[in-house]
Every structure is written in C-alpha cells, then in structure tokens.
Design a protein around this ligand. Structure first.
Ligand code: GDP
Ligand code: IMO
Ligand code: MG
Length: 409
C-alpha cells in the first residue's frame, strides 16, 4: 500500500448553492467506480433524486449510490437518523430488488432523531411563522436533534438496542413542561425496538471501518447533503440548516483526515433555487421564475414545496469554491435553460441589487447531450464564462434527469 493511494482515496460531492443542485445524480453516475459511498451529516431533510431507466428514486438518509450492488454504504457519525424513515427507505429498495442491509454500516456515533424532534421543529416553525421569522425548515426535526447533540442530551445509535424508557420518560416530562408537547413514549420505544431488530447489526465503528478500507486501497465517495450556503457557520444564517455541509463538515462527520480527499466536485445548477426563507439576491418572480420552476421540476423532493427560482450567482459559487477547495464543477440542469430568450448570470452586487452579465439564449434542445462540442455556441459560452470567472474547470454538465444525460469533459 503506497502513501499516495492512501492520500487520494476519497472524492467529495458538495452542493454549492442552497441545496437540490443535483448531487444525487452525479453520485449515482460516479458510484460504480467507488467501493464505499458515505453520507456524513444531516438527516432526512435531504432529498436526492435519481432517475434510472425512467424510474425515479428519492434518497433521504441512504446515499444515492445504493442502486449499485457492489458498494458498501456508510451513514456517518455526523448524521441524525430518523429510524422509521431509514426503514422505509430500506423497504423501498427491497421492493426495487435491492437488499441493502448486508452492506449497510451505520456509525455508532450517529444520533437517533426521534418523532418528538419533529414535533418540536414543527412547533418552533409555527411559532416563528406567526411573527414572520419562520426559517421554512423541512420540519424533519433536524434543528432539535442537533440541539440535543450539542447539549449532550442526545441518544446515539450505539444505544439502539438498549431499553430507553427511562431516558424517553425524562425527556417527555421536560417537553410537556417547556413546549406543552405530548411525547408518545410507547410509540417511540416500539419504533426503536423494531429498528434495532432489523438494523442493529449494521451499527459499527465506521471511523475504523473507513480507515481500514482506505488501508486496503478502497475508494470512498462522499455524498454531501444540503449545501454550502445552508452551512451552519458559512451559510446565510439564520436561514440555514443545523449541520456543517461543507467538505470540512463531511470529513468531521465521517472521521476522515483532510489529506484523503483528492477531488472536491462542486455541484451548481445553471440557475439557482432555494426552498425556505432567507435572502436570494438573484431571485426572479413572475413568468421567468415560473418557467424555470416548471421546466426544472422545482418542487421539493421532501416537502413538495415550490422552490424559489432565480439566476446563477457567481459570487456565491466563488465563495463556496473557496470554502470547499472545489477542484471541478458539475453544472447541472443546463437543459432547463433551453427555451430562454436571454440568460442572466449574477456577477456582483450594487446597492443591494445583483448586477448581471447577459447571455443570448440558444433556443434549441440540449436535452440528453453527452458531448460538449454538440452544445450550441451560446451554451458553450455560458459554461466557459463560469470556468473563466471561477478559475475552476467545468468537468460535468447535466443535460437531463436520466443517468446518462451528462457531458463529461
Ligand atoms: P439533490 O438534493 O442535490 O440531489 O437534488 P434534488 O434531487 O433535490 O433535485 C434535483 C432535481 O433535478 C432532481 O429531480 C433530478 O432528477 C433533476 N436533475 C438533476 N440533474 C439534472 C439535469 O441535468 N437536467 C434536468 N432537467 N434535471 C436534472
Ligand atoms: P438536499 O440534500 C434544499 C433547507 C430548508 C430550510 C433550511 C433549514 O436535498 O440538497 P432544516 O430542515 O434542515 O432545518 O431546514 O434548510 N434545506 C434544504 N434545502 N435541499 C436540502 O437538502 C435541504 N436541507 C435543508 O428548506 O430552508
Ligand atoms: Mg434535494
């Protein structure tokens, strides 16, 4: 085993906008070349969609590479895991002919996200919405689960087979007092016991496991969830998620050392979307926004909420690239712009408003294209502009939902 192979055994795929860039699709495409596919942080607030042979699969807790039968699947220490959702995903895969349990490894350090976390998330959102300060969370309990983790009152996966009645009763009494929330202790206990029976054997020390795999030259693909502008530190706080969504966060979440990452693929849509509240400098309303939403199918894969749509904003991509050390871009959903007369790219800000560079649209179909040279000149110009402005090569260009609909340069 050489030092070089150890040093370059992981590739990370990281969202560089506000999520839903199409991380799932490139993960699914790259997965066959990797031995291990790992999620590091976050929970079932993620919704990663892939389309294979016309069939749509949405992944929430499991990585999008699961359809590849060879790969070992890791849920890392930084995750917050809602067990019924995980079991549901496992069942869905089973129905598609894939038994994931024999190759699923769940960190004993990951936290269990209980139904009561979802209740708190919902109650907090309802309260804040009344005063116009709602974050617009996915209501999947993410913030409250990470609160417990930081307060050191969380329950980790290592305890999944224990009797948690005492812990949950204490918690239920407190929540009743502070939030007026009724915790269904029996239902919570039943769901943990059920999960322990089915996946208890998957719980392990994934940090050591990843180190062992790297020692035997196995390749690790890190599937980022959420995105850089939703990062708890570097995102548009407070309109962010509660985990570290950057490559540094992914390494922390998996217990991997920094030098193991050889490539960081920054994923960005050719335009931009956001679900939930918070600033969005290049947001467009009216017919153009509606057209982008309809053509791009921009409705939340978790919550079905319509996504806010707007133009690409290069300063955000530059900042994300700076934070993550992106080595290349995957620009996704270029085909969504096929019908646009004019395409705008945000290049800066003046007096609180975005400034734009305008591009002529190409007004023809790029759907399903796989060669850069086949793209209309106007589309090539747009890609080359992104490359030139960010100083980072665009290696992958998405031209459709399907597995093969990608230009690789
Ligand atoms: P993720 O959360 O980053 O994995 O992205 P989502 O799955 O939430 O949203 C991306 C959506 O765009 C999904 O419905 C994908 O099937 C779709 N998609 C991904 N890449 C492309 C592309 O290049 N073109 C088109 N038209 N759709 C794409
Ligand atoms: P993927 O992995 C898009 C957003 C929510 C909300 C904020 C906080 O599919 O790209 P949370 O439930 O995390 O407390 O919500 O973060 N958000 C996402 N937006 N894609 C995601 O994941 C998201 N995960 C969280 O909409 O604005
Ligand atoms: Mg998504």
């Amino acid at each position: 085993m050489s030092g070089t192979s150890l040093a370059s055994s992981a590739v990370a795929v990281i969202g560089t906008q506000w999520g839903d860039e199409g991380k799932g699709k490139i993960i699914d495409m790259l997965a066959e070349k990797f031995d291990v596919i790992a999620r590091a942080c976050g929970g079932a607030n993620a919704g990663h969609t892939i389309v294979v042979n016309g069939v749509k699969h949405v992944f929430r807790l499991l990585p999008s590479g699961c359809l590849h039968a060879h790969a070992e699947i890791v849920l890392g220490s930084g995750m917050v895991i809602h067990l019924p959702t995980l079991l549901e995903e496992i069942e869905l895969l089973k129905a598609a002919g894939i038994d994931i349990i024999p190759r699923l490894r769940i960190s004993h350090e990951a936290h269990i996200l209980f139904d009561f976390h979802k209740l708190i998330d919902g109650a907090n959102e309802d309260d804040k919405t009344k005063t116009g300060k709602g974050i617009g969370t996915t209501r999947r309990g993410i913030g409250p689960a990470y609160c417990d983790k930081a307060a050191r009152t969380g329950i980790r996966m290592e305890r999944v087979s224990e009797d948690l009645r005492g812990d949950l009763s204490e918690r239920a009494a407190l929540l009743k007092r502070t939030h007026g929330i009724d915790v269904d202790i029996e239902a919570e206990l039943q769901s943990v016991t059920h999960a322990a029976k089915l996946i208890g054997s998957c719980v392990t020390d994934t940090v050591t496991l990843l180190a062992d795999r790297r020692k035997s030259d196995k390749k690790v693909l890190i599937e980022g969830a959420q995105a850089t502008m939703l990062d708890i530190d570097h995102g548009t706080y407070p309109y962010v998620t509660s985990s570290a969504t950057t490559v540094a966060g992914a390494l922390q979440g998996l217990g991997l050392p920094p030098q193991c990452v050889s490539q960081v693929i920054g994923v960005a849509k050719a335009y931009c979307t956001r679900v939930g509240s918070g600033d969005f400098l290049t947001e467009v309303s009216g017919a153009t926004g509606d057209r982008l939403r309809e053509r791009g199918g921009e409705y939340g894969s978790v919550t079905k909420r319509p996504r806010r749509c707007g133009w690409l904003h290069l300063p955000d991509l530059k900042r994300s690239a700076m934070i993550n050390g992106c080595t290349c871009w995957n620009i996704t959903k270029l085909d969504v712009l096929d019908t646009e007369e004019m395409i705008f790219v945000g290049v800066g800000e003046y007096q609180g408003k975005a400034t734009y560079k305008e591009f002529s649209g190409w007004k023809c179909s790029t759907a399903g294209m796989t060669a850069f040279d086949d793209l209309p000149m106007e589309a090539q110009k747009l890609i080359l502009f992104i490359e030139q402005e960010t100083g980072i090569p665009v290696r992958y260009i998405g031209t459709g939902q399907g597995r093969g609909e990608m230009i690789v340069r």
